[in-house]
Write a protein that binds this ligand. Structure first.
Ligand code: PMP
Length: 359
């Protein structure tokens, strides 16, 4: 039984229902008399669980049949290199929207493998805003564009995406399943599981059939998307237990009313917290433009070092954890993924109010 209010940015909390089911399956998976950890990944009950996880994703995100859902090893960071390996093999260019550290990492990996350009960047403002796209920016249909939909470290989130004349690849690690997606706009979506999908150790990739046909066919088998499409995410031993946590978490999500229901609650949670930061004399939002603010990762600072210290102590005393800003940024970051309830956010807000009264 957890005893803390955990607002970590990832790995992040999942619902208790998910933990119970996962714990049960460690002892006896689906009444098989075996732990899920000791069953072959080729056994029908495991291959069907992986396929059902893909189906659940498909139905929750209303994906058309042209999209393949994969569960891969290597986290989102491996996608930073798999994308250019597969799709930056001619004289084409990968255009990157550099809106945070993860986006910069994605660009760096691509630049090691092919031609890249910066589509837009907010590095000059320490990624505290979303840059404007230049109208005259030139793209070739063989190029691709790469976005990070939610900048986990800095607390900014794109609310919509322009359409491009070339494929759009998107890192949705920290906001997938938090709201409905315009799935047709994206040729490739990827997301590390450890925030809104399941346990760490697996990365979800959603890839379009048309894009797949354009890939480089002369690359290592494990790094070729087609390998994993062909073998339904089980070319080699997949991270079965991590995928299983995705499976039960996606079932939980469907039971809550799916991404539409999540969007409503996520908005409520984020609005409540942003309103309190704006109201409370001790705190300041890191992201000034309200339209650029993330609904998933709320970043803020205290007005003085003393106020920061007092608030940290208050949180410790009241069992609130995971609110420190990213190690290179400082301040505070409260992550509001799907499993975080409005009650938990209100509890944190009460502690913020109580801290203010101490001054
Ligand atoms: N992209 C984003 C937006 C992230 O927040 C993170 C951190 N979880 C990553 C990529 C890197 O993910 P991973 O640790 O799974 O490689």
């Amino acid at each position: 039984m957890q005893t803390h209010y955990n607002f970590n940015s990832g790995p992040a909390p999942l619902s208790n229902d998910v933990y119970h089911e996962a714990a049960q399956s460690l002892f006896n998976y689906n009444n098989s008399g075996l732990s899920i950890l000791e069953i072959s990944h080729r056994a029908p009950q495991i291959t069907s669980m992986i396929e059902e996880s893909a189906e659940l994703t498909r139905s929750l995100l209303r994906l058309p049949s042209s999209k393949h859902v994969l569960f891969l090893h290597g986290g989102a960071s491996t996608q930073f290199c798999m994308i250019p390996l597969n799709f930056l093999h001619k004289q084409n260019i990968g255009h990157y929207a550099v809106t945070g550290q993860w986006a910069a990492n994605a660009l760096h990996e691509a630049s090691l493998l092919g031609n890249t350009r910066t589509l837009c960047s907010s590095a000059d403002g320490n990624f505290s805003y979303l840059p404007i796209l230049q109208n005259e920016y030139k793209l070739d249909e063989n190029d691709y564009v790469h976005f990070t939909s939610n900048n986990t470290i800095y607390g900014t989130q794109w609310q919509s995406f322009p359409s491009f004349t070339c494929p759009l690849m998107i890192d949705m690690s920290s906001d997938i399943f938090s709201k409905p997606l315009p799935t047709n706009n994206f040729s490739l979506i990827y997301a590390g599981a450890q925030k809104n999908i399941g346990a760490a150790g697996v990365c979800m990739v959603i890839i379009d059939d048309v894009l797949l046909s354009r890939r480089n066919k002369n690359i290592s088998t494990m790094l070729d998307y087609f390998t994993h499409v062909k073998h339904k995410s089980a070319f080699n031993t997949p991270p079965v237990f991590a995928i299983y946590t995705c499976y039960i978490n996606l079932k939980w999500l469907a039971k809550q009313g799916g991404v539409e229901a999540m969007e409503t609650v996520n908005k409520e949670k984020a609005n409540a917290l942003y309103n309190e930061i704006e109201r409370n004399a001790l705190f300041k939002c890191t992201v000034q433009h309200a339209d650029h603010r993330s609904q998933m990762n709320v970043t803020f600072t205290a007005i003085t070092a003393h106020a920061e210290e007092v608030f940290k102590k208050q949180c410790e005393k009241h069992n609130i954890v995971g609110i420190n800003g990213y190690r290179t940024v400082g301040g505070f970051r409260v992550s509001l993924y799907n499993a975080i309830t409005l009650e938990q956010v209100n509890y944190l807000i009460d502690i913020m109010k109580e801290t203010e009264r101490m001054f």
